[in-house]
Ligand binder design. Sequence first.
Ligand code: GLN
Length: 188
Amino acid sequence: MRIGVLALQGAFAEHISKLKQINVEAFEIRQLKDISGHFDGLILPGGESTAMRKLLGDLSLYGPLKEMIQNGLPVFGTCAGMILLAKEIEDEEPCFGTLDITVKRNAYGRQLGSFRCVDEFTGKEIEMPFIRAPYAERVGEGVNVLSRIKGKIVAVQQDNQLATAFHPELTNDTSVYEYFIKMVENRR
Ligand code: GLN
């Protein structure tokens, strides 16, 4: 199994070391030639969605990656990655637009820009670091809500797409990765 991690900007190195921790092979996606070989899953890291979407276009990665996601490639977006996947972004055009949610960027205001909490993800209590995070204001019918914090939706799955508003790569827990790897295994 090989997982590609979009490595244009943001917290990609942390995802790669997390995957290594659970013995999954990971590689960086920096340019078009990096996605010419076979891979089984994709991670879109946190960072700055505005910068990432510009680079995706400039490097001609946008079209091929969107097609792969639409064809069922398992994808996991964290924070900015969740924004890239969202079908609707408040006050902005969508990027991939494949995940049927509406997100609000920087949704917790200045005071609560960054915080950590412990809450439930698929029935297990895990640590959730939020950094100028979004949340989902709306989810479509086919979307499964996996976590809520103070009533706000912060983790979702729709078929081959998993998204969290928080950063599991910045914790010692591996539950979210194990969940994603199961999605990848189920597809293979
Ligand atoms: N605020 C960032 C954005 O809107 C996301 C922050 C993050 O990924 N930690 O793209």
